[in-house]
Design a protein around this ligand. Structure first.
Ligand SMILES: [Zn+2]
Length: 356
């Protein structure tokens, strides 16, 4: 009797953990439960059951990070976003992974990888270097690199270029680029590997960036795998305020009537380019087109004329870095169960602009 009861508790425990593990693997995208809460819940359940052996199950690992306070001059956004990690203890791993090991683990999940042509290459460091910790971010900015060094993490996975042009060409500008050289020297001196995870993350199913953004806004239940979402009717103004709040964006730019109602949303984070943005708007006829970055002389003018011609459309420009950052935040959650014990931290690159 006792044995049967104990077995049933174990079975239930395992099912709970398995469900949460699967949920971390995007089998239940409609579930809006916060992963941190999920992990806290698992730990509570495990603690109550004294089931320390289950701690080794992927998906139950705690996010890790060193416990030292941040330097005063670190950006406010970084400090805010890291608060949670800093209060948690680091968990070591007996297994050593090289940069290449991590890349292999990631690429296994990407349809069609490795690609013949891609910008997702190592921008610094060596593929054979052992990884002491991983940082995910939108841009490997100098503040992000410094924070990675402070956390003793020597592998940065960034979505966008490190050296200010799409192919990370080092001589893209013919003048002596001392900013680029000093950044390169910093990475070399501290032996930091930087890998761009752009083409592959967008090729993941679902698109890793798009899903991360949808999840962060709280629109999972309207997500069908594409950028077009049908959300409950809301005014443009309220939608913009909601997005600003959820994505923690200080300022966004809008073209359109703020009291207009919105239901069809075309979400295009990042910088897809004017042609893709306008083609998307024509194909899907959204009430509102939400982009990261835009060419003002293309998409913005198209929307301005469309409105003047009596068409219902609005444009919201979030800013490039902040519009895709949730994708790199989700990457941490996605990657952690695949590399149990590895310290993975998301450090937001944050919005470089100040509105004056
Ligand atoms: Zn992108």
């Amino acid at each position: 009797m006792l044995i049967r009861a104990a077995l049933s508790i174990w079975a239930r425990l395992l099912l709970t953990v398995k469900y949460i593990y699967m949920n971390d693997h995007f089998l239940n995208p409609a579930n809006g439960e916060c992963p941190t809460q999920r992990r806290a819940f698992i730990l509570d359940v495990l603690k109550a059951a004294g089931a320390s052996a289950l701690m080794a199950i992927p998906g139950t690992m705690l996010a890790s990070g060193a416990g030292k306070p941040l330097k005063k001059n670190d950006r406010e956004g970084i400090e805010e976003a890291l608060k949670e990690d800093l209060t948690r203890g680091a968990k070591g791993s007996d297994k050593t992974y090289t940069v290449q090991d991590i890349l292999d683990i990631i690429l296994k999940e990407i349809p069609g990888a490795p690609f013949h042509k891609t910008v997702d290459t190592l921008k610094s460091g060596d593929k054979d270097q052992p990884v002491t910790g991983i940082v995910t971010t939108m841009f490997a900015t100098v503040p992000v690199i410094r924070e990675a060094i402070r956390r003793k993490a020597n592998f940065i996975i960034a979505h966008e270029p490190t050296f200010y042009n799409h192919l990370d060409e080092l001589d893209w500008v013919k003048e002596n680029n001392d900013t680029l050289q000093e950044k390169q020297a910093l990475l070399k001196e501290r032996q930091i590997a930087v890998w761009r995870f752009h083409d592959y993350w967008h090729a993941h199913i679902p698109d890793g960036v798009l899903y991360g953004v949808v999840k962060k806004i709280g629109w999972e239940k309207y997500f069908t795998g594409e950028g077009l979402l049908a959300v409950p009717e809301i005014s443009l103004k309220d939608m913009v305020l909601q997005i600003k709040d959820r994505l923690k964006i200080k300022q966004v730019r809008v073209i359109g009537n703020l009291s207009q109602s919105c239901r069809r949303v075309l979400l295009m984070p990042g910088a897809s380019g004017g042609q893709a943005q306008i083609a998307g708007a024509l194909k899907h006829r959204p009430d509102v087109l939400i982009v990261g970055e835009l060419n003002e002389w293309e998409t913005a003018e198209y929307v301005r004329d469309s409105i003047a011609l009596g068409k219902k459309i609005a444009l919201v420009a979030l800013g490039h870095a902040v519009s895709e950052e949730p994708g790199m935040e989700w990457l941490k959650e996605w990657l952690q169960p695949k590399i149990p014990g590895m310290s993975i931290t998301h450090i937001p690159a944050t919005d470089p602009f100040t509105a004056v």
